[in-house]
Design a protein around this ligand. Sequence first.
Ligand code: ADP
Ligand code: MG
Length: 774
Amino acid sequence: MLELKHIKKYYYVGDSVTKALDDVSVSFREQEFVAILGPSGSGKTTLLNGVGGLDIYDSGDLVIDGKSTKDFSESDWDAYRNNSVGFIFQSYNVIGHLSILDNVELGMTLSGVPNEEKTQKAREALERVGLGPHINKKPNQLSGGQLQRVAIARAIANNPSILLCDEPTGALDTETSEQIMKLIKELSKERLVVMVTHNPTLANEYADRIINFADGKILNDSNPYTEDESKDNFELKKTKMTFWTALKLSFTNLKTKKARTALTAFASSIGIISIAIVLALSSGFQKQIDKTQGNTLAQFPVTISQVASKQTAPSTDKVKKSNSKQVTAKLSQQEKSTHTNKLNKNYLNYIKKLDPELSKDVTYTYSTGMNLLTKINGKVKTAQFSNTSGSSPTSTMTSAMSSSTGIGGSVYPSTSNDGKNFLKKHYKVISGSMPQNANDVVLIVDRNNDTNINALKNIGMKVKDGQKLDFNKIVGQEFKIVNNNDYYRQLGAGMYAPNTDMDSLYNNSNNTTVKISGILRVKSKSSENILSSGIAYSDKLTQNIIANNKNSDIVKAQKNSDSNVLTGASADDTTKESLVSYLGGSTTPASILIYPNTFKNKDKVLKYLDKYNKGKKASDKVIYTDLAGQVSNLTGGLMDAITYVLVAFAGISLVTSMIMIAIITYTSVLERTKEIGILKALGARKKDITRVFDAETTILGVTSGLLGVIIAWLATFPINIILKNMTDLSNVSQLNPVHAIILVIVSTVLTVIGGHIPARMAAKKDAATALRSE
Ligand code: ADP
Ligand code: MG
């Protein structure tokens, strides 16, 4: 049945050579009980491992059932161990974290025996070794003798033709030893049993044949046997472990070490926790920063007005007492710093060429008036999109005011999709709709739905302070904008006055119809003041009015007159210019407001504006006001720096996490060396061992990923409370669910990668060495 031919096995340690097996030749019968006797260190275990295919010989040949094993592949050996050999060790080698039944089933699990058959065979084996009543106990509840019985049951469960026992009673008392020997003797009636022992009494009492062994050589053999050169009738069934089995094996292992596994998972989740928190914070901060930037810049756009003030440093001249008897005429500080910007075609074109990526929103305001009429309860009245009290067109006209926000009302940029994007970013519709075109205007209210009373009075509403108005009274209200040529009639001699027949003015077919399309409310407190409460309209509307009135009679008349054509009062050049502007005769904007969306883009916009002034003489330079820069010293560079720091932290955490995982898996490999040996003795392939550890790291990875994400999520609450107290910003830290899922996946992948290398190392471990380790 088994034939060893000139088997040699040498161990080389440093310079010394141990001849553990030195030219051993022996044959065994199909059924007998062989005892190998010999002193410690004589090579008995090496012989047994060699016969069982655990430790492959250096030279010679092992012939099994007529088949030479010289050309055996690794998987052939694995299958041989699994199908034909049962091992029993001195130290039992029962896997502590598996139940007794699972231990006995393990070999069959590896070879893929169906569940029912497997359990039935395992039960039978346990009954046979006398453990029937203890089947539900855990390994740590059994005595040494009982553990050895479990090991025997495991060895014979799959009914192997060879049973190899390495000092099976070495750790047992005499009485138990006798019982185990009786059991082995009985088992030897059906198969070949080779037992190694250094107890001659037991050997003599039970064995059929005694071989004395010393220094790797056979001294004598009580019942030698020579194998017939029999034909090859050897046949193997390959083993294979499913990933599910590996997972179960790892899971039960981890389950027995709950506290440790929890700690391990927690330790390796620390990396995930820190990354998750950094991500939560940085995306929260980014959101906050974007919002703050957007709101700040919407409230404080880069402004270019016709009249700007130069940034002049306060005079540091020492005041000297003058003794002269003269006075000096000097410009006031304020007048000195006043600069008139030439917002000519050239400059307007330059602004038009501004990269839309930097700022999609640019507002042009004009100091033109509107000839505005509305009908309230069937009566036509003059109206105004302004929130200044009592100002009638004529009074404005006479004072010839030129406000930076146009004549009354708020103007929003029409450059992007008629201002819809700009409005949508900061406002929500509470009634009606967003404006669809330049002829739609909106009413802006604050967060309490309050709006300016004068704005309402100016569009013809009769309201008292605190009075409430229904939305539907406002939304849909229509206005007519009358062209100058229809609105003003000539009184003769270059004097003009508004027509008095309101009804025919209102019904003139040249009029432009404007209506209130909706009521908009600011989205947050920080975006209040972007547009003042009251009526707001697109700058396109004023541009259209100017286009209609530019060449009207009254404009022409005003341009050629030295007095106000409506009042007759004399007018100097500046006043004249304002009057022409007011009548819609000037295409020069009163101011240009640029709304960049980030500070970084604002920096670029300013750079672009500065470039225009390069090489120009002082009076041709255009000076802008960077209001946002004055109220906040946040810059694009600072924002980037914050993000970089956060990313760097996340990176460090990731590396730490990976190293942790690799160390933990490596420790686990070291700790389970014995188990690897047992699995190999039972016929597990290298792949199976790798699988067991991969399964374990998968479990660890998923657990630590989930744990990390959950802890990080829980941590966002106290972090937000602390940040709220410190900075008054709420909900800064927000864990994005997509990030959470990605982190669990990353944790799993990293853990498996980090653990795969030690797992491969484990699989490569020499089975014999693994079993020798204690
Ligand atoms: P026995 O079982 O008879 O006590 P072993 O077969 O365990 O003896 O060992 C035989 C000899 O081989 C001993 O001298 C032992 O030190 C040596 N040996 C066994 N395994 C190794 C190994 N992996 N490396 C080096 N020497 C070994
Ligand atoms: Mg030994």
